[in-house]
Ligand binder design. Structure first.
Ligand SMILES: [Zn+2]
Length: 87
């Protein structure tokens, strides 16, 4: 399952933060597209497309193993998340 397939299916929108994804972004940009498991693979989720959604890599990493995790779509697109991995 590729990000381009999910992009065609779901549109260029991150399913975690509901903001658009620039499909031109590539490694190492953290805002590039990634494939997210709705039910995390480590919790028994499958690789079937019904369990996959498009998300920013950043959002995917913040979500980790949480189910149904959403980042509020506030005016500040990155509320307190920048550099948050170090704390
Ligand atoms: Zn996102």
């Amino acid at each position: 399952m590729s990000t381009s397939y999910l992009w065609q299916r779901d549109g260029n929108q991150c399913r975690i933060c509901d903001q658009s994804i620039d499909m031109m972004l590539t490694y190492p940009d953290m805002m590039r597209a990634s494939v997210d498991h709705i039910l995390p693979y480590s919790l028994g989720g499958t690789h079937h497309e019904s369990n996959l959604q498009l998300a920013h890599l950043r959002c995917n990493l913040i979500k980790q193993k949480r189910i149904g995790f959403k980042i509020p779509n506030a005016h500040n697109p990155r509320p307190g998340l920048d550099g948050g991995f170090a704390t």
